[in-house]
Design a protein. Sequence first.
Length: 159
Amino acid sequence: MRVRQAEGHPTASALLRGRVRLAVAAMFLLAGGLHFVATETEMRLMPDWLPAHRELIYLSGICEIAGAVGLLVPRTRRAAGWGLALLLVAVFPANVNQFVNNIQLGGVFNDRTFQVLRLPLQAPLIWLVLWCTAEPSNANPPTGNAPHSPSRSMSKKPD
């Protein structure tokens, strides 16, 4: 049995999407900030073939922070989600570089299990970013047994 939401009230799905969006924004805000307070550590992840390591670290940090803020603004939410998804693709070589070269950063980041799991988890993270920024396809789907909508014609058929 489905329960219809009253007009103007968010569905459980919309509430979940909003909470996940806040968590994702917080994660990117924190991660983006680390690019500025732990720049040297972040630079160790950069593959040698990429130029301008420090500048790219700063640029990706700015993009993460801007994306996090963009997630919180309804007007920019969807664009921010796509931007963050593309950023996750762009930084993937650094994650691969950490794994391939077993780059030690301290704590959990030294664990090979973390380094291995981080690679395939990038895809679900991209999905999560896009999901939490998408507009629900139908906030109040019909239940099939709901009464007729007042917008339907109630006039009598011609005789």
